[in-house]
Design a protein around this ligand. Structure first.
Ligand code: LMR
Length: 339
């Protein structure tokens, strides 16, 4: 079977039960799959379980949500393809992984220090600019239902990362965006895309020397077992989008969709309430492990990081256009430092 034919066949097979629901009074519940790559006790893992509970409740049992944590169904790249094919209905990936969907614009979320705190992240997500991002996804058959801010990214490695030069020659795991690739290169490191589900092992075996992540992921993945140093660099945010297959979503029966809409809204409120608390608890767990030294940056060190990484913004004007970058600055409230 040719690639296209096989993919189409897979897509159709998956789509049949999806659209065969709601026909009779006693129809079986519609089975909806929610796949993700983190543990059930990470903020996204908890949110997925809450979404299941709320979706089933608010639809009066018309849907049954199956949650697959820990990349048990699909890894980073596969899950996006599966969503487009209709084999899975809900994902909440980091927007840094949207490149393979053909929507490069989301990479700007990774511009260093663009969203260094919650205020900037929330401003960005509340801005009219998001309509443009949403449209890009819809054009690819993907409907964004919500955005979830999972907090600041921190660098980890086996060597202390205090000044930008400390990255020189290190193999750094990146999620996938072109901006993250440029950031690593600007730091003199060697970027390597590795699926989240393979990260622990990659660090343990030395395939890569370091990575960046939120504290709750570092803690729930036990990366502190294999990383001796953590720098509170807050150089960007880990942003998720709760996404679904557009055709599936638009075709939902009228007695199912409002219940799911309500579940999305309440799960989003829960996520936004939980992520920061979980990151704080996670920092305590990492500290208590005694295995990872935590480094805070002084103002001068932070300035050196910003000075080193601002050229990535400039470089990315070539990829996204100067005007687009200016709009992003405005949307997030970012003011570039005077050089
Ligand atoms: C990562 O790949 O580091 C994160 O995007 C994983 C996640 O979903 O939190």
């Amino acid at each position: 079977m040719s690639k296209v034919t096989r993919r189409t066949a897979l897509g159709l097979a998956a789509a049949v039960p999806m659209f065969a629901i709601g026909k009779g009074a006693h129809a079986d519940p519609l089975i909806l799959k929610f796949s993700h790559v983190v543990t059930p006790d990470a903020p996204k893992g908890k949110a997925a379980l809450l979404f299941k509970q709320l979706a089933e409740k608010y639809t009066g049992g018309k849907v049954s949500v199956e949650v697959y944590p820990n990349s048990s169904l699909y890894k980073d790249k596969e899950e996006l393809e599966a969503l487009q094919l209709g084999s899975v209905q809900f994902l909440a990936p980091s927007v840094s992984k949207f490149g393979p969907l053909g929507v490069k614009e989301f990479d700007v979320f990774d511009l260093p220090f663009l969203m260094s705190d919650e205020t900037h992240a929330r401003a960005m997500m509340a801005s009219p600019m998001m309509d443009l991002f949403n449209k890009k996804l819809e054009d690819k058959g993907v409907t964004p239902l919500a955005y979830w801010d999972n907090g600041p990214q921190l660098y980890t490695a086996n060597v202390p990362l205090i000044m930008p030069d400390d990255f020189r020659g290190l193999k750094m795991r990146i999620q996938g965006s072109k901006v993250l690739d440029a950031v690593a290169r600007q730091l003199g490191a060697l970027p390597q895309i590795i699926a989240f589900g393979e990260l622990y092992q990659a660090l343990q075996t030395g395939v890569v020397d370091g990575e960046d992540n939120v504290a709750s992921n570092i803690s729930t993945q036990k990366l502190y077992d294999v990383q001796k140093n953590l720098t509170v660099s807050n150089h960007s945010r880990l942003t998720y989008s709760l996404i679904t297959n557009k055709k599936f979503w638009d075709g939902l029966p009228a007695d199912v969709r409002p219940g799911l809409d309500r579940a999305v809204k309440e799960t989003t409120a829960f996520f936004n309430d939980t992520a920061a608390k979980d990151n704080e608890t996670a920092m305590g767990t990492i500290k208590a492990s005694g295995k990872t030294e935590i480094h805070l940056l002084t103002d001068d060190e932070k300035k050196a990081w910003i000075a080193k990484l601002m050229p990535v913004h400039k470089e990315m004007e070539g990829r996204f256009g100067k005007e687009f970058i200016a709009q992003i600055y405005k949307a997030s409230g970012f003011v570039p430092p005077q050089s």
